[in-house]
Design a protein around this ligand. Structure first.
Ligand SMILES: C[S@@+](CC[C@H](N)C(=O)[O-])C[C@H]1O[C@@H](n2cnc3c(N)ncnc32)[C@H](O)[C@@H]1O
Length: 263
């Protein structure tokens, strides 16, 4: 098995995978040297509501039907990473934040007992309903862009977000990590991709297109820990043909509830 394996990424072409320990300061230095998107251009930091409205408009324009990255309708490599990190099992309830038209759940649904896919617009959820028909027990739910309501507390074994968090405001990501903590059972697993290499200080989420925000390793660990999740691993996967960009793959866990000592 070669040390570097080829992976394909939905929005950023072919990548090589490399595992590094988390809290890599070189990444932060690298990211800090990249020029910030200019708010002088008149673009302001989007509110969570604006970000949701922007995505709803993209879906009304047929986002998945027209986007060049979504024409193959499959994503084997991302799925392999999710299987390796999350280890979905046949008794598990699996939840995807930002499931789109169900491309990833289409692969993972047969692995689990039940799946829940959530997204902010009706159009991708309708497409997902079609794609996942007959593939297993799946519930597709519209979210407000910040919460996992009506999913019950401690009812999910594993949850993930794949090529989603870079398109969200920082407040939305923080809210979803807290929500993941709420819906996961103690010991439950959480996996998410974050984009790195983009200015980790920028808050500008251009509402005219699917612009992406970057994160440092330290920011990701703090977000997870502030939500109460325990970071297990943070892998950095380089993105070929995008000199300064990489994906971070976070694997975190809801810690087991502390044992109540008998009086
Ligand atoms: C780049 S697509 C990825 C879709 C899917 N994960 C996949 O890989 O095929 C991003 C998805 O995130 C959804 N999304 C955007 N903002 C969201 C939010 N605040 N909460 C949940 N989903 C959101 C979009 O509607 C879109 O379907």
């Amino acid at each position: 098995m070669p040390a570097l394996s080829r992976l394909r990424c939905s929005c950023y072409g072919v990548v090589r995978m490399k595992t590094t320990p988390h809290r890599t300061t070189d990444v932060e230095q690298e990211a800090a040297s990249i020029p910030r998107p200019s708010s002088a251009a008149g673009v302001h930091a989007a509110t969570p509501q604006e970000a949701v409205e922007n995505w709803r408009a993209l879906h009304r324009g047929g986002y998945f039907r027209t986007h060049r990255c979504y024409q193959d309708r499959t994503h084997d490599d991302g799925v392999a990473n999710l299987r390796r990190l999350l280890k979905p099992g046949k008794d598990d309830v699996l939840l995807e934040i930002g499931c789109g038209y169900g491309r990833v759940l289409h692969h993972l649904l047969p692995d689990v007992r039940r799946a829940i896919g959530m997204d902010i617009a009706a159009e991708p959820l309708d497409e997902a309903r079609e794609l996942l028909r007959g593939c297993g027990d799946v519930e597709l739910l519209l979210t407000d862009g910040l919460s996992l309501h009506p999913v019950a507390d401690a009812s999910v074994d594993a949850a993930f977000a794949f090529t989603v968090f870079q398109h969200l405001t920082r407040a939305q990501v923080a809210a979803y990590l807290c929500e993941a903590m709420r819906v996961l059972r103690p010991g439950g697993r959480f996996c998410a991709q974050f984009l790195t290499g983009r200015d980790p200080g920028a808050d500008v989420l251009d509402t005219a297109q699917e612009q992406s925000l970057g994160y440092t390793a330290a920011q990701i660990c703090s977000l997870a820990e502030d939500a109460g999740l325990a970071v297990q691993t943070l892998e950095r996967h380089l993105i070929e043909n995008h000199k300064d960009l990489a994906w971070f793959w976070l694997l975190a866990m809801r810690p087991a509830d502390p044992q109540v000592k008998p009086a």
